[in-house]
Every structure is written in C-alpha cells, then in structure tokens.
Design a protein. Sequence first.
Length: 644
Amino acid sequence: MCPQIDLAGRVRAATESSEFVRAIQGIAPDGGIRFALGDVPLRKLTRDEIDSLERLGNTAEDWSRIRVTDGFLPHLVRSCCFLGDVILGRFDGLVRETDGITLPAGLYHSTVANCVIGHGAVVRDVKLLANQVVGESALLLDCGSITCDGTTQFGNGQELPIAIETGGRDVRVFAEIDVEIAGTVARYRTNPDLLKQYSAAVDAYVSRATATKGIIGKSAVIRNSRVIRNSFIGPHAEIAGATLVANSTILSSRDEPVQIESGACVKNSLIQWGSHVATMAIVDSSVMTEHSHVERHGKVTTSILGPNTGVAEGEVTSCLLGPFVGFHHQALLIAVLWPEGKGNVGYGANVGSNHTSKAPDQEFWPGEGAFLGLGVNIKYPADLSRAPYTIIASGVTTLPQKVTFPFSLINNPSASYPGVSPAYNEMIPAWLLTDNMFTLKRNEGKYKARNKAKRTQFVFDVFRPDTVDLMLDAARRLQAVRQDHEIFTDREIAGLGKNYMLQTYRKPAIEAYHFYAEYYALLGLKARVEFMLRAHSTPISQLLTTPTDEPLWEHQRNILVKEVGLDDVVAGLRQLPKILEMVAGDVERSKAKDDERGRRIIDDYAEVHTPAAKDKFVRQTWEETRRVSSELEEMIAAVERNAR
C-alpha cells in the first residue's frame, strides 16, 4: 500500500522554490548579465581602454565583442585572451583566497570565451573559461578548463537503477530530491499513474533547469582543479584540487557550503547543501542529499545518500541509503534499499547482488538501525524492513530471507541441531532490549547531536507507533506457540527467516517487547497529563477511558488500556519511575559487560577505559531519570489536587 504522499506536488513545490531553477531561468533572457552584474548599463571598450589592455599583454579575437560596465579598470586585466562575446564587470577590491591571503579582483593569465564575469570576481591562471556565467566575488584560480559545451540539464532528470541493478525500481532525480520521495518511488511500484505523474513533474523541472552556459555562483571558489564541465556551482561552494566535476548540480549557500576537494571526481551527480566529497572519492550518477559525505577513496555510483550519511573507502552501487548511515571502512553495498537509515556498515561487509552468478536483479532491504558487522555476507533477496535495529554479528553469512523480529541479534549458530540446516544462523529476538540497551539509547542521542540537516525533519525516538506495533506483533507470534520445543524455526514461528531460535530466549523476548511498549505508552501518558495540566483541562481522571482524535496519544492510550490493562491515571504515573530506573539500570549494565570482559582479557583495562558508572552517557541517563521522576512526583500531586 502506497503512503499518502503527493509525489508530483512535491516536485512542483520544489521547482517553484528552487534557487537553482530560479538562477537558470534568470540567465535565459540575457545570457546571465543580470545574474552576474545586476541591472547596470553595458558599453563597448574605448580606444584608450583597448590600447591599455593590449599593452598589458591581452589579446582579443574581436575587441568590439567585449563589453564592460561603468567603472571598469583595464589595469586589472592582464595577459588574457578573449574569444567571442565577453562581458566584464567592475574589478575592484580584494577577494579572500585562503585565511590571511587575499587576491585583487580581475582577470590574469587566462583564456576567456563567451563568458559573463561578475563584479569583484577573480579569474587567474585558468587555461580555458568558456560559456560560463561567473557570479560576484567568485574566485577561479589555477585551473585547467571550466566549460560548458552545449545544452545541459546539470545532471537532472536521470533515472537511477535503485535497489535492482537491472532496473525495476528506477528513480528519476532532480536537485532537491529527498529520501522520502526517492524511497516512495523506489518501493511502491503498484500505482503506475502516480509514477507517471511524478515523471511528468520531473520533466517539467528539467525543462526549466536546462541551459547552454555553466553557472558559478556568488563567492564560489574553484582552485587547482583540472576539469569543470557543464555544471552549476552554487554560491559559496568550494572546489579545491578536484580532478573532475561534470554534468552536475552543486547546491550551496553561505551557511552550508559544499566542498569538493583532494582529487575527488564528481560526474552526472546532484550534490546538496553542506555535503563534502574529498580524498580521491568518486561520485558518479548519484545524489548526495544535505550534509552527506564521501571521502577516503569512497565510491558512490547510481545511488542516493541520505542526510548525514557518510561513505569512506568502500563502494556503494545502486543503493538508496537513508539518513545517518555510517560506512567508514572498506566494504561493499550493492542494490540496497535502505531509506530508513540510522545504521552502520562494518569493515569487510559484503552486501551485493551478484553472489549467485546470475543476473544482478536481486535486492536487500535492511530496515531502520540495521548493524552489519565485520565481514558479514548477505545473500539476496533479503528483507529486514520489519525488523528494525537488527544486528548481524561479525562473520555471519545469511541466507535469502525475510525477518520480522525487531531489535534482534543474528549470530553464527552456537551448536548443531537435528533437522536444522547447518546454514541457518541463531537469532535472539529483542536482544538489544534485553542485553544492549546502552547502544539503542545512545543512538537516539548520537543522531540528535550529529544532525546538521536543516530541511529534513527526523523522528529520533526509537520507540514510536510503527516500531512499537512491530514489537507487539512479534510478541504475539512468540506467545502463539502451542507446544514448547528446544528450538524453533520459521516452520513453527513465522518471521524467524532462515534462522533458529532457542526456547530459552522466547520468554525474555516476549517480556522485553511488552516492557518497552509499556515504557513508550507511559511516557505518552506523562506528556498527555502535562498538556492537560497546562491547558487546565478536566477531568484528567478520565484520560485513559476517553478516546481522542490525537493519533499518537490514542495509540499510546490503547496500549495502556488493552495491552497493560491500565485505567487509573495516577497508578500509571506511579509505575513510570520504576520503569525509568529499570531502563537506566539496563543501560548501565549493558555497558558494564564490556568492562567485565575487558578486565578479564587486558590487565590494565580499568586504567585506560572509563567504567560504566562514570560513562558520560550513562551518567546523563541517570540524571534524566532522576529529573523525570521528580517531575512525576509533582505531576501526581497536581493530578490529585485536580481531582478534589
């Protein structure tokens, strides 16, 4: 079932608000004069100005085709060759090159063909600058060629083969595309009319994003770079030491500049605000959404990276990676559909669709928060999208499968069992809830602290309606077992995939799923009571028995009434401090296990590692627990006064 999202409407809204589209449309009427120079009159060079320019080593194919603005100073143009129609602004003042170093505005030792050069710009030692509109105070220094060689869409309108290399989930892209749009187009293919409308809207976007000149925005910097071709370089972007930037759109701003540097290669790609490409990285036919990065020889091809996602050293092909995916080592992702993001890829992870030697037409859906450990091998197809925050332990090879148990650990088998394939792995459902709450709660705070995106809204809470529903569904399937066994497979319990589960883990998983569903719902009760006390609403005592039209609270209320059996508001509030203490204790205990193991293995472990009790995050968790517990005492007193 397709979610309620107006794809075509979103594209049209992006088109109307796009500064990039506005810039392209702005250069169409006059070739970029107004864009670079504003509303100023132009004139031809005087004879004295031409003589002065020639004495300074300048040449022109035809001096009559060179036009300037009032205030033009010939002595700031030296040793340049002009071809075709060139328009020059006022070159006065200085432009900062690096910290502590400024360069005088003007043109020096460069070849310029059919360009508009904005006020205060610097063009120095550029072998060929052709068919470009250069914005005010831009800096172009020591470059090979910066050109546009015909009509270009700057990389917009491409169709990327997301999740299936041979096609089937293709996503047409435009400069401001986000993960929600891309994920919807890739995942929901049963509504051809919706996809047709989306494609038509992208066509309209592309028609307005087409030009015959490259654009370099205000205060952009291009230095020591070999080839810039058919590209839109947004304001304040910095391209330093790049090997190639071609057929691409670089969205950038003063507060969120894009950086492309250190031998990077960007081709046929769309790079959004605050993103970073460096250290011999390759980005080819891809989209980097806001504040994503590729570095240290990372390779991203025909893929989309979500906000705050980073790829270093490894390879990503035909993937959609959502926000906050950490990929900082040599690893491989091919044909992965991961719009939920918030996960990690360990060194040596081999996640690709070609393992069968057949056509590369398979896919993998990891789901939110997936952790792919060191050296894992994922065989396709696989779907963990209904098992958020699954950890696949180091060295595990998984079979093609669908898993629907959230917060689980998939590990190598601990023993062999009759009737169970030796290729099956061992699953511990709810393992993060029972044994690793430190990691789970720390991630919530980590993502909040690391978020730099300004245009994408995130829900950082791990426990929310969709994940809690998956937990309760998993608990029901575990409870529905009619006969106890030593081990269970997907023959007895649907959703285990190609894994087995030991009986010893069934009851703890059921309890953990219910415990954290209650925790989530009681936090909702606290928030609802706070709201009603502020609003002086009554009667609070009937809060649990009165349906509302607030979706989040109604979801939490139903859990408290139907799953927990709670109908007393004060009783619910009194339960919450104990639950909060249990959660904080689980956080500290899961961290303390590392201390215990470390001390057994390394003699001076305690001297060089912060113990769990002093860990910053553990202390914050306990401080927050005490603060909320204090608030609850005051809240309970207020509710009881309200009831009198």
